[in-house]
Ligand binder design. Structure first.
Ligand SMILES: Cc1cc2nc3c(=O)[nH]c(=O)nc-3n(C[C@H](O)[C@H](O)[C@H](O)COP(=O)(O)OP(=O)(O)OC[C@H]3O[C@@H](n4cnc5c(N)ncnc54)[C@H](O)[C@@H]3O)c2cc1C
Length: 299
């Protein structure tokens, strides 16, 4: 696309990768590839890169750990802007700043090491801090929104600090979901705790997760509608085990689709079928929790 050479010229220190396979950078493990990915290493570099992409009218999309993302099949002539080099963490009294690329595992290990409580529910959730802010990730008792004080992000090429009130966190939603704001990091509440207590809680959360389906997935596909379990609805409609190509509805948890070598089209068709059957049989319209990766020019 010629942009690679432009990047090398303009951003000599930026990590740029060509032909980036979606199956390698998403947990569902399907899809084609992106022409390029770039990994800014701080907010300033991120802002310069995004300004450059916008000026050059290059389509782009954001990605964290790819744990809630369905990528497209085929070749995407666009740039994947990744957070994987934004991994810094700074503890200052009762606050912790974590870069968008910090994984859930790294966050919990840091919290254990520095005796900070409150992060235990995130153990075992495949995520980055950026992706978790976009998705308001968490478990029943606690979501990232319960810990966020501010989110640092780039909007329209400028670095902005979003106080909690501007993040519009809801059930698996946030203001960052419009695909136009790149999260750089989050300032999180850091309550003092003790190692033994943190370890015990982590063990309890891990135990709870041990019954989740194994294999390549995106976690829950649908949000629970008004407190009803989406998995139970899907199960009641007799869809457990339904297979399209290499993708099938998990027997363990009907809100999970497992991919064994299928395409994004298989997964998508299965999602549509589930929505259709659940609606026809129960009258309930399921809302997708997962995000679809789409590249477009930002104006
Ligand atoms: C096995 C399994 C179990 C799971 N269990 C849970 C669970 O218990 N609770 C839960 O809440 N979720 C769960 N999930 C879903 C997933 O872990 C969360 O949604 C997580 O927050 C996704 O983070 P990510 O970094 O992978 O985001 P990605 O999938 O990379 O991205 C999600 C969305 O955010 C955007 N995005 C990513 N990074 C940025 C950024 N820096 N700036 C702007 N936009 C960005 C992407 O474009 C995409 O639209 C599970 C998933 C799997 C596979």
């Amino acid at each position: 696309m010629g942009v690679y050479a432009l990047f090398e010229d303009r951003f000599p220190l930026l990590t740029v990768r060509e032909h980036v396979s979606f199956s390698r950078c998403t947990t569902i493990g399907c899809g084609g590839e992106a022409a390029l990915s770039v990994s800014p290493s701080d907010a300033e570099e991120g802002a310069e890169v995004l300004n450059f992409l916008q000026r050059e009218r290059v389509p782009y999309a954001f990605l964290g750990a790819g744990a809630n993302t369905l990528p497209p099949d085929g070749f995407s002539d666009g740039v994947l802007v990744r957070s994987d080099h934004l991994k810094g963490m700074v503890l200052d009294g009762n606050t912790l700043f974590a870069g968008a690329g910090v994984t859930g595992g790294a966050l919990v290990r840091f919290a254990l090491c520095h005796e900070i409580g409150g992060f235990e529910p995130f153990i075992g959730i495949p995520m980055t801090v950026g992706g978790a802010c976009v998705m308001n990730a968490g478990v029943k008792e606690k979501h990232i929104s319960d810990l966020v004080l501010r989110v640092l992000a780039i909007r329209k090429g400028k670095i902005e600090s979003f106080p909690l009130s501007a993040c519009a966190f809801g059930e698996k939603t946030s203001v960052f979901q419009d695909g136009k704001i790149f999260v750089v990091g989050a300032l999180l509440r850091a309550e003092p705790s003790i190692r033994e207590k943190i370890r015990k809680k982590c063990g309890e959360f891990l135990q709870r997760r041990s019954s989740l389906p194994k294999g390549r997935s995106m976690g829950c596909i649908f949000v629970n509608p008004n407190g009803v379990s989406a998995g139970e609805l899907i199960d009641r409609c007799g869809l457990k085990g339904l297979r399209y190509g290499g993708a099938f509805v998990s027997e363990r948890h009907a809100n999970f689709i497992i991919n064994e070598g299928g395409t994004a089209a298989d997964v998508s068709a299965l999602i549509e079928k589930i929505k259709q059957d659940v609606f026809l049989q129960t009258g309930i319209a399921l809302r997708e929790e997962i995000r679809r990766l789409s590249f477009y020019e930002h104006t």
